[in-house]
Design a protein around this ligand. Structure first.
Ligand code: MG
Length: 249
């Protein structure tokens, strides 16, 4: 069953969304060649706790850190460690936070130093596909309409979509019903209603859509070693359309 959130719940989700958005904006200044991903993780954890929130990923399903940091060919779920970011890398950073029992979930892919036009375009297309998915998240539409909007745009641009990982409902749990694939057919799946909250998160690859899991049992990578981008917003469906709870400038 897809939960409908009431006003009080949506207000808490707004607070959680605001904190994860601020966390990534705060981190941006530190994303430079030479920094270790584990350093970014501790900056984020301190920041979230300073806002009286709880890191949403740490300990969940056994994940060891505050952030998922996925560099270059890593798609998602990269574990922060002593890996040093290099000039020209792209790095996906995914963060969750809990405020009074409610989750916010948000991801952006960042440039490290001078990034190639090829990678910049991959990032732009991924970001735009997220916007199109959000536009399709309106009362009366279906979950399939979201996937269709993303797939139609991304494949037309010549990129591929990771199939095994999907967006999701969000609220008191990080992952609630429904699953929200980044591909699909119009007019299929559950009908979207006001008060539903979703995390929409296209994962888009430059080359093959095929992925594998590294031996750490967490990090998902592209099979061909080409880069991948990931953007994610938490949204609430309103009577008019939807509102992004993890907005940034
Ligand atoms: Mg998510």
């Amino acid at each position: 069953m897809i939960k409908i959130k009431n006003k009080d719940e949506i207000n808490l989700m707004k607070k959680a969304g605001n904190i994860v958005s601020q966390t990534l904006s705060h981190l941006e200044q530190f994303i430079k060649p030479g920094i270790e991903t584990i350093e970014l993780d501790s900056i984020a954890e301190d920041f979230i706790r300073s806002k009286d929130a709880i890191p949403g990923f740490k300990g969940l399903y056994g994940f060891p850190a505050t952030l998922c940091i996925s560099v270059e060919d890593e798609v998602v779920h990269g574990i922060p460690k002593n890996r040093v970011l290099s000039d020209g890398d792209i790095v996906g950073i995914d963060v969750g936070a809990i405020v009074d029992g409610y989750y916010g979930d948000h991801a952006r892919t960042f440039e490290v130093g001078n990034v190639s036009d090829e990678k910049k375009e991959l990032m732009e297309v991924t970001k735009k596909s997220l916007e199109l998915g959000i536009e399709a998240s309106r009362p009366g539409n279906t979950i399939g309409d979201i996937g269709f909007a993303i797939q139609n745009y991304v494949e037309d641009k010549g990129y591929s979509i990771v199939r095994e990982l999907v967006g999701h409902g969000i609220g008191k749990k990080l992952h609630e019903e429904p699953q929200i694939p980044n591909y699909g057919d119009k007019n299929t799946g559950p009908i979207i209603k006001e008060g539903m909250c979703f995390a929409i998160e296209p994962m888009i690859n430059l080359g093959t859509e095929k992925i594998y899991t590294k031996s750490d049992n967490w990090t998902i990578c592209t099979q061909d070693g080409l880069p991948s981008a990931h953007f994610e917003h938490t949204i609430v469906v309103t009577n008019k359309g939807s509102q992004v709870l993890t907005q940034y400038n």
